[in-house]
Design a protein around this ligand. Structure first.
Ligand SMILES: *Cc1c(COP(=O)(O)O)cnc(C)c1O
Length: 484
């Protein structure tokens, strides 16, 4: 057996240091003479006293406990953990992008402004919208921004519309953003096919409807075939349509929210456009709008004069204002721009076609072992139900934990809420058939284990540093220095 590794605090030997700095060649001052009294430490920090090699091993060991898309397959439904091509990183590090400052004069950052201007236009073209803001820092931030635009639009027309409708399969951020933007949320149940129930929708709309928030394909991975009827019902009632485009992996170059009748859309560049995500950011959640909402966009947007000079357009009297410091997460925008240029229009379409193909391949191979609550063709993701395994005392959570032993990040589980024992899988287009097959074979093996040796699954994982955590408490009250 491997001996337990000593923790870095246990390696401490007084006097050991991990650094060497030159001798001080300026007069030393007493810290108490320069640091305000209340901010001075009462006693020295209790830091481990170790050699440089111990520090390096400590942090390298910690980093290996992390799981990311560069470690392995990560089929997290709705979250699009696709591979992040490294060329995006190279370009974001070009000194002309990495070393500029947001307060630089416009004439000295024409290249950066051109990139932003082009990205605004590319995203508008991709979504079928008239204008785009790049400011929002994440998907939920984009949702909130879009809803504030909708609010400003209704208010400019002297209308008081207080309600936002969402289907029961919607992403949790949708009702949350609507609430933060000051709306009341109405949730409508989906029909037997997992789609918007038109009768329920008709019953929910009225003169107080501000918007419907929807994603298409929806969170079950199903295309809302009646989207034109849905749009008509909302527009006839004077409401607007909001498209949650966080995950647009199924539609690029194939269809566009603008063509389906949507008025506002946000995109998650950290999902669809392959910029890295996880761990809380940074991300980018640009928002595109149809012309009637353009006057309200956050300012500034990037403009271009007839002479081809790029500038910050701040002259926008009806703007809802700024939604983010400076101009958004510029480094992420550079990565997304690089991704779009690398693939080009044809390439982006192939991305979506392959994302859909991979999801359907996986769904069909897994269908004999797990229930498929909404059979048929899925788009970029699909849901399974682990209901059948309940007879053996095995739940979806156990399947997810068992996957960890095989080196996979589990899929999304227990979401969307309207599917019992839900397992939501999004393979993405960046995985090879061999990777997909290996994961499918593992899922099949776990389904068989559940029948023949359920305890094996119920007690998983066996190979991870920590076993089963109270995940809610772990996130809310993390213990960051435990020796577990
Ligand atoms: C990820 C996601 C969001 C939220 O995006 P964040 O960047 O995490 O705020 C919203 N809607 C859908 C459908 C998503 O998948």
């Amino acid at each position: 057996m491997k001996p337990e590794k000593a923790l870095i605090f246990e390696l401490t030997q007084p006097g050991r240091v991990a650094y060497s700095v030159p001798d001080c060649d300026v007069p030393e001052v007493d810290p108490a003479s320069v640091i305000p009294h209340g901010m001075l430490r009462a006693k020295p920090a209790e830091l481990p006293e170790v050699y440089e090699v111990d520090v390096i091993r400590h942090y390298t060991e910690l980093s290996r406990r992390n799981f990311g898309i560069d470690n392995g397959f990560y089929p997290l439904g709705s979250c699009t953990m696709k591979y992040n091509p490294k060329i995006n990183e190279d370009v974001a590090r070009f000194p002309g992008f990495a070393k500029i400052h947001p307060y630089q004069p416009e004439e000295s950052i024409q290249g950066a402004l051109e990139l932003l201007f082009t990205l605004q236009n590319d995203l508008a073209a991709l979504t079928g919208m008239d204008q785009v803001t790049l400011q929002p820092a994440a998907g939920a931030h984009g949702e909130w921004t879009g809803l504030m635009l909708i609010r400003a639009y209704h208010e400019s027309r002297g209308e008081k519309r207080t309600k936002v409708i969402v289907p029961d399969s919607s992403h949790g951020t949708n009702p949350a953003s609507a609430t933060v933007a000051g709306f009341e949320t109405i949730t409508i149940p989906s029909n037997d096919l997992g789609l918007v129930d038109l009768e329920e929708l008709r019953a929910a709309v009225g003169s107080d409807t501000a918007a419907l928030m929807l994603t298409n394909p929806n969170t079950l991975g199903l295309f809302e075939r009646q989207i034109e009827d849905v749009a008509k019902i909302i527009h006839d009632a004077g409401g607007l349509l909001y498209y949650d485009g966080a995950n647009s992996n199924a539609i690029m170059g194939i269809t566009r929210p603008g063509d389906m009748g949507f008025d506002v859309v946000h995109l998650n560049l950290h999902k669809t456009m392959s910029t890295p995500h996880g761990g809380g950011g940074p991300g980018a959640g640009p928002v595109g709008v149809k012309s009637r909402l353009v006057p309200f966009l956050p300012k500034p947007v990037v403009g271009r004069t007839d002479d081809g000079v790029y500038y910050w357009d701040t002259d926008r009297p009806q703007s809802i204002g700024r939604v983010k410091a400076y101009y958004g997460n510029f480094g992420i925008l550079v990565r997304a721009y690089t991704y779009i240029r690398t693939y080009g229009p044809e390439g982006l379409r192939r991305v979506s076609e392959n994302a859909v193909l991979n999801a359907n391949y996986m769904m069909h191979r897994l269908a004999p072992y797990f229930e498929v609550p909404y059979p048929g063709v899925c788009k970029h993701e699909f849901v399974l139900s682990g209901k059948r395994l309940k007879a053996f005392g095995v739940r979806t959570l156990d399947v997810a934990k068992r996957l960890l032993d095989f080196g996979y990040h589990p899929p999304t589980v227990y979401f969307p809420l309207n599917v019992e024992e839900c397992i939501m899988i999004e393979p993405t287009e960046t995985e090879s058939k061999e990777t997909l097959d290996a994961f499918i074979d593992t899922m099949i093996q776990i389904a068989q284990e559940a029948e023949t040796d359920p305890q094996l699954v119920i007690n998983a994982p066996y190979t991870t540093v920590v076993k089963r955590l109270d995940e809610a408490t772990a996130a809310r009250k993390p213990v960051l220095n435990c020796s577990c």
